[in-house]
Every structure is written in structure tokens, then in C-alpha cells.
Design a protein around this ligand. Structure first.
Ligand SMILES: CC(=O)N[C@H]1[C@@H](OP(=O)(O)OP(=O)(O)OC[C@H]2O[C@@H](n3ccc(=O)[nH]c3=O)[C@H](O)[C@@H]2O)O[C@H](CO)[C@H](O)[C@@H]1O
Ligand SMILES: [Mn+2]
Length: 361
């Protein structure tokens, strides 16, 4: 027998047969163990799952997702998560403060929905200088582990810095026109976001986060902020009462909020929601600004005044605390007037950068 095997292996033809059998055997083993990777049915399942999650996305709820087993600390029914700050608005929207949410649960829920987030930012004229730090820090802290499209609106696409992005994230540069006055640049963001929401954002992302560019991310900003519509408390006014808010008070402006009315003063530097809600918000604000322009009036804080009017009449589903738009330099410079960092601010997640410009009277 041994002799026969030796003879066969010495015979070139038999040797070839032997090799082929061996290769076939290896291929069979690979096919068996690699079944999960090669099986077309598995790929098909993934496609179906992606399709299903698109349907869930459109509904913007979490009922369609089933969480895996997670061992978590039990929520305490008798002790509030924060005793020093309200964590809920009167219309039952959560106010997002550190200590009020569990990132692991939220990440899991939004992963299961295959959520894609669009971050819109305008870098027009000299404001391009802010873009590199904005993007670099967003890569470190903004929606880490999730799919992100950065939509960069600029008049000078060639000056957009090149960045190596994490997996699942991309930069999309949108060339837009510039305006002579910074106020017009700021206000026309509403028009451009609404136009692009209708044209393409609704096909590409589930949520939009709209931010100023003159800021840096300095700590975790994740899916906890996402909801159909959200606004952010302005750091200068969150501790003040309504009569101190710089709302537009002139009745002939579309942004007008009468004395004695108002919930919060929201910053124009960070808001967002589902593409549909952001479309409604930006379109309404843009149209209101066009009416104001025709009536020769400009709201005191431009787009921010119109945003505040909109959010008064369309209550946000979540309100972000000033952790999400803080200014270390302002607090440093105003220390004598404002005292130390308020104890309610436990984490500074986004920091407004110092800049010099002529403020309106
Ligand atoms: C922190 C905060 O509350 N910011 C608001 C505030 O002042 P800000 O001083 O923060 O406004 P700003 O100068 O940052 O302008 C708003 C944004 O417009 C863009 N931009 C502006 C000018 C320019 O030449 N190029 C350019 O790209 C850029 O993305 C910038 O971040 O008031 C503005 C309107 O009055 C907006 O409501 C801002 O969101
Ligand atoms: Mn700004």
C-alpha cells in the first residue's frame, strides 16, 4: 500500500490529482467555516435589515428596535438624577444635563436604527479659519461611533482643510454664495439649510444638527441630543428670568415675542432635529426674515430671534443645557461679574471660541 502511494505521488499525473484533491479539500473547509461571510443569504439579511431600519428612521421612534441583554444600574425611582437643576420642561421635554442619561442605552438604540447624522456648518469668508479645529474636535467628540455627514457650506471650497476621518464619516462640501454683512451670512443659513434639506438631506441623513463654526467640541456630544426638534439654552441667559431675555420686542417684526411671554432663550449656535422638522423650522424662519426685510426691519439678534419665536410656538422635544454651548473665555473674563463656573455645569461639551467683530448697537 505504502509502495502504491509512493508510486502514485511519484507519477506526475497522480501528483496533480493529489494536489487538486488537497485544494478541493481546503476549499471545502474554507467554505464550511467561512459560511457566514460567503453565504449570500447572510448578505441578503443585512440588506433587509438596512431596509427595515430605514422604515424605522422615518417614524423617529424607538419602538421598532429590540435591545440586546444589557446589565445596567437600576434607575432610582425615589432619588432625582439631578437635584440642582430641572431636568424636564413643563411640556415634558427632557433638559439634557450631565447625570440624566445613560449613553450605553442610547448608543445601542440609535445603532440598531442605523442612524445617520448630518452636521451642518457654515464657513464663509474669514470664518474658514475656524473650520479645522471644529472638524478635528468633532472627530474626537461628536457622535463617535455613529455615521456622520459633515455638510460644509462655504464660498471657498478649495480652502476646506483635508482631514482623515473615522470610518462611517464623510465631508460634503456645498458651495454657496457669500454676503457683505455678517448678519446676512448668519441669517441666510436658514434659507440654505431649508433648500438643501428639501433637495438632498432627507435622502442622506435622519437627523440634522446645525452649528456655528466658531466653536470647538471639548467633551462627549452624542445621540442623547437627538429628537424630532431640539434647541440649546443660551449660556448668557439660562439663569435669568424672561424679562431679561433679548427677544425681539418690536411688534412689527415677525420675530416679535410680547413682554411676559417666553420659555427659554435659545442660542442660534446649536439646534436641530429630524430633517423634516429642521426643514419646517428653517423655512419658516427664512420666510419670516424675508417679510421683515420687505418691512425694513431686522430682528435684534437676527436668525437667533426668529429661532426663539419658532421654538416658543413649536415646543422642542429636547432642550440642551448650556453644557452644549459654553464659553470658557467669557466666564474667565467676566469672572468678577459672574463669579466662578456655576456648579450646575459639570461638563463643558462645546466651547465657543473668542473672536473679535463689531457688535451691533
Ligand atoms: C453663540 C451664539 O449665540 N451665537 C449666535 C450669535 O452670534 P455669534 O457671534 O456667535 O455669530 P457668528 O459671528 O458666529 O455668526 C454665526 C455663524 O455664521 C457663519 N458666518 C458668519 C459670518 C461670516 O463672515 N462667515 C460665516 O461663516 C459662521 O458659521 C458663524 O459661526 O448671533 C448670531 C446672529 O446674530 C447667530 O444667531 C449665532 O448663532
Ligand atoms: Mn458664533
Amino acid at each position: 500500500m505504502a509502495k502504491l502511494v509512493r508510486t502514485l505521488s511519484q507519477n506526475p499525473k497522480c501528483y496533480l490529482l493529489h494536489r487538486m484533491t488537497f485544494i478541493l479539500l481546503i476549499a471545502l473547509i474554507m467554505a464550511f467555516f467561512g459560511y457566514g461571510y460567503m453565504n449570500p443569504r447572510k448578505q441578503r439579511v443585512e440588506i433587509i435589515q438596512a431596509g427595515a431600519s430605514i422604515t424605522i428612521r422615518k417614524r423617529h421612534d424607538l419602538q421598532g428596535v429590540e435591545l440586546p441583554r444589557m446589565v445596567l444600574a437600576q434607575p432610582d425611582v425615589l432619588t432625582p438624577s439631578r437635584k440642582d437643576v430641572p431636568v424636564m420642561t413643563p411640556w415634558l421635554a427632557p433638559i439634557m444635563w450631565e447625570g440624566t442619561f445613560n449613553t450605553d442605552i442610547l448608543n445601542e438604540q440609535f445603532h440598531l436604527q442605523n442612524t445617520t447624522i448630518g452636521l451642518t456648518v457654515f464657513a464663509i469668508k474669514s470664518y474658514l479659519v475656524f473650520l479645522k479645529l471644529f472638524l478635528e474636535t468633532a472627530e474626537m467628540y461628536f457622535m463617535v461611533g455613529h455615521r456622520v455627514n459633515y455638510y460644509i457650506f462655504t464660498d471657498r471650497p478649495d480652502y476646506v482643510p483635508y482631514l482623515h476621518l473615522q470610518k462611517g464619516r464623510q465631508i460634503i462640501i456645498l458651495k454657496v454664495r457669500s454676503y457683505a454683512r455678517w448678519q446676512d451670512i448668519s441669517m441666510h443659513r436658514m434659507e440654505m439649510i431649508s433648500n438643501f434639506s428639501k433637495q438632498r438631506f432627507h435622502q442622506e441623513v435622519d437627523y440634522l444638527v446645525c452649528a456655528d463654526v466658531d466653536l470647538k467640541f471639548s467633551d462627549h456630544v452624542g445621540v442623547e441630543i437627538l429628537s424630532p426638534l431640539f434647541g440649546t439654552l443660551h449660556l448668557n441667559f439660562f439663569f435669568l428670568s424672561q424679562e431679561n431675555f433679548p427677544y425681539e420686542r418690536r411688534p412689527h417684526s415677525q420675530a416679535h415675542i410680547p413682554e411676559g411671554e417666553g420659555d427659554f432663550y435659545y442660542t442660534g449656535a446649536l439646534f436641530g432635529g429630524s430633517v423634516m422638522e429642521v426643514y419646517r423650522l428653517t423655512k419658516t424662519c427664512h420666510q419670516a426674515m424675508m417679510v421683515d426685510q420687505a418691512n425694513h426691519i431686522e430682528a435684534v439678534w437676527h436668525d437667533e430671534s426668529h429661532l426663539n419665536k419658532y421654538l416658543l410656538h413649536h415646543k422642542p422635544f429636547k432642550v440642551l443645557s448650556p453644557e452644549y454651548m459654553w464659553s470658557e473665555w467669557l466666564y474667565y473674563n467676566m469672572k468678577n461679574y459672574m463669579g466662578d463656573l456655576p456648579s450646575s455645569i459639570k461638563r463643558i461639551r462645546v466651547n465657543v471660541l473668542e473672536k473679535h467683530k463689531n457688535w451691533p448697537d
